[in-house]
Write a protein that binds this ligand. Structure first.
Ligand SMILES: [Zn+2]
Length: 495
């Protein structure tokens, strides 16, 4: 409850209560940066204490940038506050607004270069700016729309205290997996699997090199994830995951990533893939032992298939995809053109969680199902949700350009569609700017509806997004490209 009160002070500093406290405790700053004098009342001391605890979860979402102090406020994703360029002092009067060209609503790179190092500039220019100016907003980082909830505060404060290992254990335990695989993963997290590096250090066995590549030291992360021979298996699996990023990390980081535990990288889609990730790690370990003890080399395909067989069926995204691809789709789950007089746009976003490469795709068809326009645009994104929202954003931008007045937008991202149906345009640092644009553009339409459709009915947009992600080319088509025709044909034979 105290946390909720503290958050109210952050969000509504102009409330009567906020003004009273301001006069007393933070005349010259704001609540988040306020101090706690010894003479303060008991209530203020409590409030101050809880404020310090929730502070790490509060960020600014950049609007016009006029309120944000670049050096004191948290506004850069994953870093927080900015640091001045080497050998320069922070200029105290600067606001984030000074780095934004308000006319074009883009970041002013030359201005940024005067004050920041390259690594900061790259992070800053990745922050999207909406085309219409809006006020800066303080956001709560632990919910997807930045709105404070007591539950998320409780969770956030708790994980802050006892950090990783207990959380990981619980997450592994909650995942439906064969018991021996759960134990194996847990041992891996505790660095307790007999890889050569550990045996070498403890028992002084002769060789600490990896039996697969014969080059690098066989640590746990090397044996299960980053060895070039193992990396190839992850790459060719349904996850299409690159492992490069984890080269210098521990297995704990890898597990945290797939479990979505790290608060700065939380993503609701990843935990669904965890059972398969766990089974593949186990299968890779089995093949390593077979190689070491029996001198028998198992094929990548064999290792992948064994992991698939071990993955519990209802949690197996891979099997679901195969199953729906093989069977004849049911007629009620087929794509349909929009109602008379309406134009339909199907959108989809694709995303690779490891290299952060993404793709946006959309296709415009009229009420007879006739192809009007399609696009595939590669982009760097930091979550699946961002990719989905940006796909809708770019589709709407095109619809406005084409002067479409009656529009139905259809996509398979249920959470995003549901949010737009409620006309809720709040997001996080990487989505809010796009949602604001969507809000502004929606006034251009006489009729506009957002609808959810199952993946199967969205296959054309899906292929466009995948194409953009894989090719990294931007393409716009006024008539369909050859490779898209089979997917278009499928939609047509079905309605
Ligand atoms: Zn190796």
């Amino acid at each position: 409850m105290i946390a909720r009160n503290a958050w109210r002070l952050v969000e509504e500093p102009e409330s009567l209560w906020g003004m009273m406290l301001k006069a007393k405790y933070f005349k010259n700053s704001d609540f988040l940066n306020s101090k706690c004098p010894k003479s303060a009342s008991w209530a203020w001391k409590c409030l101050h204490q809880i404020k310090e605890k929730i502070k790490p979860f509060i960020t600014w979402i950049v609007g016009d940038g006029k309120f944000i102090d670049p050096w004191c406020d948290r506004w850069i994703p994953e870093i927080g506050t900015a640091q001045p360029k080497q050998n320069t002092n922070p200029e105290p009067t600067l606001k984030v607004a000074d780095f934004i060209d308000q006319e074009t609503r883009t970041w002013n790179r030359s201005k940024l270069h005067m004050h920041f190092d390259q690594s900061f500039i790259e992070r800053i220019v990745a922050i999207p700016l909406s085309s219409a100016t809006s006020r800066d907003r303080r956001a709560w980082e632990l919910t997807r729309d930045g709105v404070f909830t007591s539950k998320s505060a409780y969770f956030g404060l708790r994980t802050q205290r006892n950090q990783t290992s207990e959380e990981i254990w619980k997450a592994i335990w909650r995942t439906k997996l064969p018991h021996r695989i759960q134990l194996f993963i847990w041992k891996g997290a505790k660095n307790a699997i007999p890889v050569r590096d550990i045996l070498y250090k403890r028992m002084n066995i002769g060789d600490n090199r990896c039996p697969r590549c014969n080059q690098d030291t066989e640590t746990v992360i090397h044996a299960l994830v980053t060895c070039p021979y193992v990396s190839r298996i992850w790459q060719s699996s349904i996850l299409h995951t690159t492992t490069e990023q984890f080269r210098d990390k521990s297995l704990l980081e890898w597990l945290k990533f797939w479990l979505g535990i790290d608060p700065y990288r939380r993503n609701t889609n990843l935990p669904e893939e965890f059972p398969f990730v766990a089974c593949l790690m186990w299968s890779i370990w089995m093949s390593r032992n077979d190689l070491l003890h029996n001198n028998h080399l198992q094929s990548d395909q064999f290792i992948l298939n064994r992991a698939l067989k071990m993955t519990p069926l209802h949690q197996n995204p891979v099997r679901q995809i195969i199953a729906t691809g093989d069977s004849e789709p049911h007629t009620t789950s087929a794509w349909r053109p929009s109602r008379n007089g309406w134009t339909k746009i199907n959108t989809d976003g694709a995303w690779d969680p490891i290299n952060l490469k993404g793709g946006l795709g959309f296709i415009i068809r009229d009420c007879l199902g006739t192809f009007k326009f399609a696009a595939a645009v590669p982009t760097n994104v930091s979550s699946a949700e961002e990719a989905e929202i940006r796909a809708i954003w770019i589709a709407m931008k095109k619809a406005v350009e084409l002067g479409i007045k009656t529009l139905e937008i259809e996509g398979d991202a249920a959470v995003v569609v549901e949010q737009l149906q409620r006309r809720n345009y709040r997001g996080s640092w990487n989505t809010e700017a796009f949602l604001r644009d969507i809000e502004v553009w929606s006034t251009n339409f006489e009729k506009l509806s957002f609808n959810y459709c199952p993946r199967l009915c969205n296959s054309v947009a899906h292929e466009l997004a995948q194409w953009a992600k894989n090719s990294q080319y931007s393409m716009f088509w006024a008539s369909p490209p050859m490779w898209l025709i089979p997917a278009l044909g499928r939609d047509h034979t079905l309605f």
